[in-house]
Design a protein around this ligand. Sequence first.
Ligand code: F6P
Length: 520
Amino acid sequence: MILKNINPTSTKAWSALQEHYNKIKEVKMQEMFKENSNRKSDFTLKFEDFTLDFSKNRIDLKTFDLLINLAKKTGLKEAIEAQFSGEKINITENRAVLHTALRDKSETPIRVDGKNIKIEIKETLEKIKDFSDGIIGGKLKGFTNKPFTDVVNIGIGGSDLGPKMAVEALKFYQNNLRCHFISNVDGDHVFETIKGLNRETTLFVIVSKTFTTQETLTNALTVKKWFLDQATEADIAHNFVAVSTNLKSVEEFGISPNNIFPMWDWVGGRYSLWSAVGLTISLSVGFNNFSAFLEGAFQMDTHFKSASFNKNIPVVLAMLSIWYNNFFKSETEVLLPYSQYLALLPMYLQQTVMESNGKSVDRNGHSVNYQTGNIVWGSTGTNAQHAFMQLVHQGTKLIPADFIGFSEPLYANADHHSKLMANFYGQTEALCKGKSIDEVNNELAQKSSEIKNLSPFKTFEGNKPSNALLIQKLTPNALGKLIALYEHKTFVQGVVWNIYSYDQFGVELGKELAKNHLKK
Ligand code: F6P
């Protein structure tokens, strides 16, 4: 067994946590802050330009130790080593899981079936570089010899969400190429996207690991037909490229072998933006920025691999998430980036987290008797404050929140930024402290009796957990770190829950049944 097979709930570490939970569950964070004057520094971690303040969680030092102990007792250390070294930890598909190799800047070889995959990774990166430089610089042109103005990425799931999220997140660094994304098999999505585009100056990047995905193939064929209204089959070689493992089907589609960027079965779709699946990112911001993005992820990988669990940001976030999911029985967690650039991050991470850990069968093939994958949702602050945060503050559900903010804005907009970040801190404080009925009554004391009756409605229970992740500045490097951080958090949770995080059989049944409906 490559990964240990341990039912976490049968461990002493779990029982100790359960016992401790029964004691601590009603304790207010405010009391814990009073009791421990070092609480903030005890529960703050720094890694390069990242600072995680997790002091506003319903934990004390003992909880923290017990959570870290659970991570140790469920074979996490061995699992991390197995993943990074290329062991086939994706057992159900008999594959290695090596998205981390795509950003590994070290010289150490990584072997899959005896072959050092670092060589092909390097070659592919060079191909991405040459191609991006050629398109951005105007050396590579469309079929009528005009430089490209637009790029259309056609893909779905991991072949869409990652590039789309990163292109949006790095808009500040974007060059003059306009990037568009077609994912849904909804034809209106396709025609709405291409309606204003010029065939001569548009590059189509078809991204599909399998090149069998119904949505992507349908959309690619529609776009090809539209292109051929004013071009010839031979022109496809200038304006179409593909990223796939399925070279045969790509060639059958009509794309020249020179225009195919490889993918490998040891990269899962939802972890693939670091590969040539990220070609549109490199086209949008240039290869140097793409490379900095990879470098950031590599730095986070190094931290994840080497930091002790109690100082390890992905491990700490994962164990806190388990604390709420499995002990407080929270169903969901909310992600709140205080940057409009990160608007697509919650949607992107929904696939990472929910496709990976939405499993109810353990590594023995038995149904689990505990909760696994949490539901992730969210939106940008401050927009979220004027939408769903009411429920997080005063609703009946316990929803742990991750706040992500930046110390510096990208434009010189100090006034906006101080307001944005004041809200970031204000929200975490309000969630933690709440507002007692006495405080409300004091405030209302001067008002008429009718207004005084409002006090129950104006009371905030508080004691709502949140993490505050403060990053220096939204750079490609920082984005790489951030995405890798959440990838590792997801992995840790899958390890502790004793499930397989790297298959996604759950998406198949609906696809098959849809085919039957098509035949009708
Ligand atoms: O349907 C789920 C899925 O397999 C995802 O895991 C994947 O990211 C997506 O479909 C797209 O797959 P492909 O890149 O093979 O078209």
